[in-house]
Design a protein around this ligand. Structure first.
Ligand code: ADP
Ligand code: MG
Length: 240
């Protein structure tokens, strides 16, 4: 059993705690929700449990497909044991259809197909409103080398293929998602979370969002959408 240590960091959706093992951390998923750079705040009942379970499912799927990530063990409904990594402060987004800031910035109609998928990098800096940056900014800021960026981009696109194929089975289209990467013993792992807080998942038939956009855009049935996503993902496993 690992012992929970001091709080290392608390963000918008999670708390990360040290453990008695310097290479491991405990992630606790919260119900608090935030949008528009903290201007909109609220609570989505049961979200922490959904995100913990959904993230676990995705990280295990990635591991099965040879993509190294931080996930280690289920602890309880809201907590997972992970490798404690040094986070590279760059959010990596992969987009299969235009939505959110991409639609606003480039004038795409929401839902326009992106071929090839668009890969974006944003600085993880709340004070600067997480600005969009390119690989030369990242290299000039010494956040990652060009080799690391090539590996990160290739991994993000591979994750896209894996998630897209998996979600198709339960009639969900992966519109976009965000990854964070971390350094661990000289390697780069996928870290953080993959959840409806950090991705857009649309019902393939109706194009209804089953993600944080329901909260952002006051679409209603927020809790129900999180539960629906979880049930579809878990239902698929029962059938295997
Ligand atoms: P944010 O407000 O940046 O979205 P979150 O609440 O999502 O923050 O997560 C809290 C913090 O935990 C983030 O800074 C994230 O980068 C960090 N984190 C995620 N996974 C790990 C890990 N395996 N080791 C260390 N830190 C991590
Ligand atoms: Mg986050």
């Amino acid at each position: 059993m690992v012992e929970m240590g001091k709080l290392l960091t608390e963000g918008k959706g999670k708390r990360v705690y040290a453990t008695d093992d310097p290479g491991k951390a405990i992630v606790y998923f919260k119900d608090e929700a935030m949008a528009f750079h903290g201007l909109k705040r609220g609570r989505i009942l049961g979200k922490g449990e959904v995100n913990n379970a959904v993230s676990r499912q995705f990280f295990q799927l990635l591991a099965k497909n040879g993509i190294e990530n931080h996930y280690l063990e289920h602890l309880d409904n809201r907590q997972s044991l992970v490798r404690r990594v040094e986070i590279i402060p760059v959010a990596v987004k992969v987009r299969n259809r235009a939505a959110g800031s991409l639609a606003a910035r480039c004038g795409f109609p929401v839902g326009e197909k992106m071929e090839p998928p668009v890969v974006e990098f944003c600085l993880k800096d709340d004070e600067l409103d997480n600005p969009l940056v390119n690989t030369t900014h990242i290299r000039a800021m010494k956040l990652a080398t060009s080799e690391e960026l090539a590996q990160i981009t290739q991994t993000a696109l591979k994750v896209n293929d894996i998630l897209t194929e998996y979600m198709k089975e339960i009639n969900i289209e992966v519109i976009d998602f965000k990854l964070e990467f971390g350094r661990y013993e000289g390697r780069i792992l996928v870290a953080d979370e993959i959840s409806p807080d950090t991705a857009r998942f649309w019902d393939a038939r109706t194009h209804e969002p089953l993600d944080i956009d329901r909260f952002r855009r006051d679409l209603g049935n927020v809790e129900q959408a999180y539960q629906e996503l979880l049930h579809r993902m878990m239902g698929m496993d029962d059938a295997e």
